[in-house]
Design a protein around this ligand. Structure first.
Ligand SMILES: [Zn+2]
Length: 315
């Protein structure tokens, strides 16, 4: 199945915004779906939702300068790191931002005067991968490995949300019963073993106290440091177990790995592929690779959310 970007009438110019715990990044997308300009600002988390919304309005003002004379923006899409009620445009809870029950679409609409569509950041990134990454691939799991472990399921070219909009949360698949406590309160979740903070905590427990970032750890692994390599392989095994189980249930074409850890590339993905090959029956053939879009997936996905919901409205 081919994805046809221009199947429906062009929805006009849109901005996609990805609100992160540190940076808020925006992209201006033209009516054909091409990104034409990017901008970013620090996320003023301490100022609360009002300050973040004001920062988003400034990004929109900045990108609006790139619009051709006589053109206006048609909509804004916003990706948020947390649970979202997409239909009502409400952020139910975003722990990194300290938000709970924030009426984001309404608040931003008041500030910028545009239709505003809100989406979960990982789901938004999966949509970005679908429309701007490997466009011919319509069945995949997108997994974001970073401070947390998030996931989103794309099947038949659609992001599958589940009944309670909880589908794809592969970070809370149990890979080690009785294992380390997870942020969700349960034990042995993938996130409690393979997230960046989880692997860093373990290498520091083993005496590598100077290992402070994912990049530090990847450098130690690349240099063959034994303790770092053991922890790295444990994380890769846990990741492979969750991904192998996912593959048996949904038989996807690909698994696309995004988030900060994906920057380690094959240093991480080769041991994951090897462990999956050991765990999976031979009939399952799934490609595991790093995102082609990197951090741009979230904002491109947010712009896609705006384009597609505008089109739905106009039909
Ligand atoms: Zn959990």
């Amino acid at each position: 199945m081919n994805i046809e970007l221009n199947k429906n009438p062009a929805p006009g110019w849109v901005v996609g915004v990805d609100i992160g715990g540190t940076l808020t990044k925006a992209v201006l997308v033209d009516p054909e779906g091409e990104p034409v300009g990017h901008a970013q600002r620090a996320t003023p988390v301490a100022g609360g939702p009002e300050a973040v919304m004001a920062a988003v309005a400034l990004l929109i003002a900045e990108l609006s300068l790139l619009l051709p004379a006589g053109e206006d923006l048609a909509a804004l899409g916003v990706a948020v790191p947390g649970a979202v009620d997409a239909g009502r445009g409400v952020v139910v809870e975003a722990t990194n931002l300290g938000w709970r029950a924030v009426r984001l679409a309404e608040g931003l609409h008041r500030l910028v005067g545009l239709p505003v569509f809100v989406e979960h950041d990982v789901r938004s990134a999966a949509l970005g991968e679908l429309r701007y990454g490997q466009r011919a691939v319509t069945d995949f799991l997108f997994i974001a490995l970073g401070t947390g472990v998030g996931g989103a399921v794309v099947t038949h070219g659609q992001v599958y949300t589940g009944v309670r909009q909880l589908a794809g949360e592969i970070g809370h698949v149990v890979v080690a019963p009785g294992g380390p406590v997870c942020g969700c309160g349960k034990r042995g979740c993938l996130e409690a073993i393979a997230s960046v903070p989880a692997v860093l905590r373990r290498v520091r427990e083993l005496g590598l106290s100077a290992c402070l970032t994912g990049e530090d750890l990847a450098a130690l692994v690349a240099a063959g440091e034994e303790r770092a390599t053991n922890v790295w392989h444990e994380a890769a095994e846990a990741l492979a177990l969750a991904l192998a189980n996912y593959t048996v249930v949904l038989d996807p074409e690909q698994i696309i790995v995004g988030g900060g850890m994906a920057e380690a590339g094959d240093l991480l993905l080769e041991p994951v592929r090897a462990a999956m090959a050991r765990q999976l029956p031979a009939a399952y053939q799934v490609k595991v690779h790093a995102s082609l879009l990197g951090a741009a997936a979230g904002r491109l996905g947010a712009a896609t959310v705006a384009r597609e919901r505008l089109q739905e409205r106009s039909q």
